[in-house]
Ligand binder design. Sequence first.
Ligand SMILES: [Zn+2]
Length: 450
Amino acid sequence: MSLQPDLILRARWVVPVVPQGRVIHDGAIALKDDHIVAVGPADDLLAQYEQTPVEHYPEHVIMPGLVNAHTHAAMALLKGVGDDLPLQRWLGERIWPLEGQLMSHAFVRDGTRLAAAEMLLGGTTCFNDMYFFPEATIQAGRSLGMRVVAGIIVIDFPSAYGSGPKEYLSKGLALRDHMRGDDLVSFTLAPHAPYTVSDELFAKVATLSGELGLPVSCHLHETAHEVQESLEKYGKRPLRRLADLGLVNSDLIAIHAVHCNAEDIEMLARAQAHVAHCPHSNLKLASGIAPIAQMQDAGITICIGTDGSASNNRLDLWSEARTASLLVKGVSGDAAKFPAEQVLHALTLGAAQALGLSEQIGSVEPGKAADLIAVNLGSPATQPVFDPISHLAYCVGPEHVDEVWIAGRHVVAKRQLVAAITAGGSSDWAEPLSLWHNQVGEILSGGSRP
Ligand SMILES: [Zn+2]
């Protein structure tokens, strides 16, 4: 077996994320097949692997691909349909009625393709999804070369996907078995929320998570209403209820965690649970602001999610992370909180750790999968560069991502989806869009407007 890499990527800067804060000036990364074999100064790697072809990115920083810790990708088709409503009305008056009429394998497949295209072009290489028809999510993500973490949805009501939680679980677990050979697909158990999942179901999820070693993603403490309702119905806060059912441990990804008191934060920290912070969705639905500074002080790993396009309305992790950092500073009154290197960690390795994928992705290290992005810092918005890590946290947007590789495969080249280029220019996310646009429009004009 040849030890020769297939390709060397050379860039003005390499930011490996590990160790935190490191910048390699004139750096290089050697790739073989789907993984990274070496990273370091370009002079060293070029001398070591003289025969290997080199691609040079003189204005770029190469870093790990971003990991979206929470989304409902297919909801990209519902972008902008429920603006300016609080969560319970947003769900009850807009989202659930629309989903009730539209939900199908095709809706999820086409919506996820649209979302995956947006995410890839902005440098997101992996997303943790929660939705119905996860097989359609996987199909769509993989058709564009993306890494997918599919949620096995658990929710206490029927849908076009199945008759209820029992069927959702059996379909989800069968899908997991079916996808075993695909290194780019992994799973979480995804109970929707404390107000849509019974005690019995949560206990079942806890058992399965323990048996199968699966992370558990759950919307948790998203609104004050959710906490109040739980106190009235169960006599305890949702997190306490989940803890009593065996779910608060290092497998838990608490999505949102907006309304957390000191006791909640201590419980999450002691359990080494993770928090998927989605500030734009929380702000847009007026749910509140998660106490991220206190969580970080307590040692909780924070990762960043966009939530779905219907409540954001972007799938842009750069702006999401920038807002996260600025909110922490503004709310705490301490500008030193959530500094740039921690922002990058949250966008990459933090999310990989939460998803149980930190052995494979989240940093540029030998042996890890080659999930990489090249970010162009040559534009007016990103010049001059004194510290590329500062720019990645506070200046850069999706428009600066020129190249994306996932498991060594070039999936975005010169800001174009490679899957679309090889299909002769017709991008497979665009074609079904007008069909769904018409259908959503018809339902909305049919009188469901509040
Ligand atoms: Zn969500």
